[in-house]
Design a protein around this ligand. Sequence first.
Ligand code: PAF
Length: 273
Amino acid sequence: MEILHTPEELREFRKKLQGSVGFVPTMGALHQGHLSLIEMARRENDNVIVSIFVNPTQFLPGEDYTRYPRRTEADLEICRRAGVDGVFLPKISDIYQSNDEVTLKAPKIKGYILEGHFRPGHFDGVLQIVNKLFNLTAPTRAYFGRKDAQQLYLIKQMVRDLFLDIEIREGETIREPDGLAMSSRNIYLSPEERKRALTISKALKRGAKLSYKIKDVNRLRAEMEKVLDIDQLQYIAFVNREFEPIEEVEHGNTIILIAGKVGNTRLIDNLYI
Ligand code: PAF
């Protein structure tokens, strides 16, 4: 496995690769969710590249950029064992070379609802970095988890709108045995908070189950709120697969999303139903 520190090293490495390239962009602190994307990329491609970069432009002032977990050695070991060919591990100054650069804007509506409403500008930063990484890795396929459903949707939209020749592949959300969605941020939770965080996936399951009897999203939302035991609920939302808000559940074309805080930790989760 090669470790590539600069865009130039990555480009040189990429030039030598033959056949298809699967790319898994990450911010490190790799868990089973990332691993399942890497394994999928490994199965589907001749070569696999993973990037590890905690991207500053997708964090808002006051968010957890500085304390976001960084575990490079452990991450590299996970990549090595999973048969990754190259890991891109750049410095901030290699990626953002000027503070007056060309930027990308997330779409005005779908980039600024839900996550984009609570984290305005977050998706501008996500699309900016993902586009840069796509240009450097020139992948055949790129892998993203459904856990970040809105991010996944917007990346697919970017690929479509900018005519990028990349296939976006989606991985299911990977959960702990008790249902908690895996996230690098789960390590912030105290044992007591972790217990209450579980009510997020419970509420989603309850919503999904009841949706076979109740189609109206306002009634479903009220039922879901009854099981939630978190400190601040930011939203329970129902959208279709085009990320448009809906009033009635349509199975096969609905995503139920929850975001909220447990203690100081902001968590998101969703179910595709
Ligand atoms: O999902 C993430 O970990 C990040 O948003 C991504 C896609 C690696 C961009 O920094």
